[in-house]
Design a binder for this molecule. Structure first.
Ligand SMILES: *[C@@H]1O[C@H](CO)[C@@H](O)[C@H](O)[C@H]1NC(C)=O
Ligand SMILES: *[C@@H]1O[C@H](CO)[C@@H](O)[C@H](O)[C@H]1NC(C)=O
Ligand SMILES: *[C@@H]1O[C@H](CO)[C@@H](O)[C@H](O)[C@H]1NC(C)=O
Ligand SMILES: [Fe+2]
Length: 429
């Protein structure tokens, strides 16, 4: 064992000499195969496919699924298997993308639901299989799983496997979902890949550059597939766009921002964010968490100097700092990095912690080169696939852990306790 460890350390050191100033003993795994999840044989043209759920308001859930042929947009549900005392109906839509015609995309909001309760549900026809989900707790503690830039490779499967073991309540995804990149059937594959998890717990997502899918002249609309398939509860937070919204869950106010839509000080998004932050009641939601796609702080050599990082930060950092946002999660860079509390490039005890968690497992591979030397505001950085967990324990304490997919085992590689900001009198606003 010792000899093997030494050998690994030695080969890693050789391979990455100069590029890394950390974890030389870690045997960095290579990229893994891309996946395409086919339709299983037992799924007929009206069977629900690609089932995923998302929170709507304090006590409702949106159930989204796709069928090949038209079926009623109806969900039957209840708290015991096979017994559906409740029923709700919604709407069906579809979209066209060049030669591709999507399936029937069904969208049904159910509730009111009891907190921390398992519900059993059936989508569409009476012969459809039963699914189940658990609603989040009514108050703290709550556990979030967080992973960005998922894509669809065997590393993605490994990440999802670890997330499924984590006993999380709500998943947060800071953009770049399917990596379909205009090839629409790949979105269907993604829906099938995530269904086992996303049908059981709410998946709350925001979009990345891979969701834009604009082709000049041929398909000039943006976010067609993303908006068609991943309807988030923007209407409930007074937003006019599926690209930015917020929601409250168990004492946490979560804000999803759009890095690839207007964010300047005269934009609709900016106006909405300002109003949303003003409405936050820290007694009800002592924690405020924000997700973006392109990180505002980043010491990887990948994605330096992009306007979605520099200009969006210049526009919105004051708002988030002034509102004492606790943590900002980003994706985009395919690596993990945690910063200390920062504001305007400097350590600041009243600023948010910035965390890049773009290491979900997509086919583009890892962003392995970091700037040298490591900036003093960057606390931990490593280019490995994995996911994060944020357990908000109570009004003053939350624990963040980053789990690397190391050798397929669930390993916590970075962990830190966070204190709520205004428990520090110096940060009172
Ligand atoms: C932080 O926790 C303290 C103690 O519970 C509470 O009084 C304060 O309102 C909290 N601050 C925020 C911003 O939630
Ligand atoms: C961190 O680095 C910046 C410049 O990169 C410098 O201005 C600042 O004083 C440093 N802070 C500490 C605590 O060393
Ligand atoms: C909040 O959780 C932390 C960490 O578990 C604990 O030390 C602290 O006493 C808790 N605070 C309250 C008010 O329960
Ligand atoms: Fe990205």
């Amino acid at each position: 064992m010792a000899v093997r460890g030494l050998l690994l350390a030695f080969t890693s050191a050789l391979a990455f000499a100069g590029a890394f100033d950390f974890v030389l003993s870690y045997d960095r795994p290579p990229a893994r195969k891309s996946l395409f999840v086919r339709l299983s044989e037992d799924v007929d043209s009206t069977s629900p496919q690609q089932v995923h759920i998302s929170l709507v308001g304090e006590d409702k859930m949106r159930i989204s699924w796709i069928t090949e042929d038209p079926t009623p947009a109806t969900v039957n549900y209840g708290t015991s298997p096979g017994k559906y005392g409740f029923s709700a109906s919604g709407s069906t839509s579809s979209y066209q993308y060049v030669m591709y015609q999507s399936g029937e995309i069904h969208d049904v909001v159910i509730g009111p639901l009891k907190p921390q309760t398992i519900y059993y549900y059936r989508c569409g026809s009476d012969s459809a299989p039963e699914f189940s989900f658990k609603t989040p707790p009514p108050q703290l503690p709550i556990r979030f799983a967080i992973a960005g830039d998922l894509g669809q490779t065997e590393w993605t499967s490994s990440t999802l496997e670890h997330i499924s073991q984590s006993n999380y309540d709500v998943l947060l995804l800071p953009g770049d979902l399917s990596y379909a990149d205009t090839n629409q059937p790949v979105w269907d594959s993604f829906g099938r890949l995530v269904q086992p998890l996303a049908s059981q717990r709410p998946w709350m997502v925001t979009q990345g550059n891979h969701e834009i899918e604009k082709i000049p002249i041929i398909h000039s609309d943006t976010f067609t597939s993303y908006n068609g398939r991943w309807h988030m509860p923007f209407e409930d937070s007074g937003s006019d766009s599926n690209l930015y919204y917020s929601f409250d869950v168990a004492g946490v106010h979560v804000i999803m921002l759009g890095s690839y839509t207007d964010f300047g000080s005269s934009s609709a998004q900016y106006g909405w964010l300002k109003a949303d932050l003003k409405k936050v009641d820290r007694k009800k939601t002592p924690w405020v968490v924000v997700l973006i796609h392109a990180p505002w702080y980043n010491s990887n050599t990948a994605h330096q100097g992009e306007r979605e990082s520099i200009d969006m930060k210049a526009s919105m950092e004051d708002l988030l700092y002034g509102a004492r946002v606790d943590v900002i999660f980003a994706g985009h860079v395919h690596a993990y990095e945690r910063f200390t509390r920062v504001y305007k490039g400097q350590a600041n005890n009243c600023g948010p912690v910035h965390i890049t968690i773009g290491d979900g497992g997509n086919h583009e591979g890892l962003a392995t080169k970091f700037l040298d030397p490591q900036p003093n505001i960057s606390v931990f950085r490593e280019a490995s696939f994995g996911h994060g967990e944020l357990e908000v324990v109570n009004a003053t304490h939350a624990q963040w852990t980053w789990h690397r997919n190391d050798d397929d085992e669930l390993v916590a590689s970075d962990t830190v306790w966070l204190r709520n900001l205004t428990s520090d009198p110096a940060c009172e606003v």
